[in-house]
Design a protein around this ligand. Structure first.
Ligand code: HEC
Length: 180
């Protein structure tokens, strides 16, 4: 093969490559593949209402918390409130963070920590933090109190809520009597 022939072949190959390349670019422009934002399959799951709305049916907060409180564990509650600790402190005289200090919150008036900027929703919520109200609030904060600024999805397991409430109650000068 002389060099002229070689050049012809090389030229043809180069031309073919260019054609394929340009076809590829055109095809991609026409049929641009839609990549999912998140890789993997999407599983349709019911979404929690963004704000307000009905309580999630998965959270059975209507079930009375009393029997669960009777066998709740303060120690396990202390472990469970790790999820709250980015926003709340629990010790007497502890600072407010994103949320108010929670020492003595059980049985106390709602929205009662001086100097904390509560939402209008919580400020106008009636009554004290009873065991039942805490149970409902912690199950689904925005379902129970539409407009609350507590951006927390809630604790779906009732026995964990009972542990948390027992722990909160232990951090108090006047713990309320828990069901026996
Ligand atoms: C992302 C931050 C955040 C997390 C996490 C969070 N909270 Fe809150 N919490 C808040 C804010 C903010 C408020 C005030 C809400 C308002 O004014 O509507 C609040 C209010 C409360 C109140 C009412 C206090 C009062 O003085 O009336 C209780 C009780 C409470 N939170 C308990 C908890 C518990 C228990 C957990 C964990 C299971 C938790 N929170 C997780 C931010 C948070």
């Amino acid at each position: 093969m002389d060099s002229y022939e070689f050049n012809k072949i090389a030229g043809a190959l180069l031309f073919t490559a260019l054609v394929i390349l340009s076809l590829n670019i055109t095809a991609e422009a026409i049929f641009s593949p839609r990549m999912p934002v998140k890789p993997g399959y999407e599983i349709a799951a019911p979404e929690a209402p963004a704000s307000g709305g009905a309580a999630q049916p998965a959270v059975a907060a209507d079930e009375p918390i009393g029997p669960l409180l009777a066998k709740a564990s303060v120690q396990q509650g202390e472990a469970a409130v790790k999820v709250c600790a980015t926003c709340h402190t629990f010790d007497k005289g502890g600072p407010n963070r994103v949320g108010p200090n929670l020492y003595g919150s059980v049985g106390r008036d709602k929205a009662a920590v001086p100097g904390f900027a509560y939402s209008a929703a919580l400020k106008s919520a009636p009554g004290d933090w009873t065991l039942e109200d805490l149970n409902k609030f912690l199950a689904n904060p925005r379902g129970y109190l539409p407009g609350t600024t507590m951006s927390f999805a809630g604790v779906s397991r009732a026995n964990v809520r009972a542990d948390i409430i027992a722990f909160l109650n232990s951090r108090s000068d006047n713990p309320v009597p828990l069901p026996k």
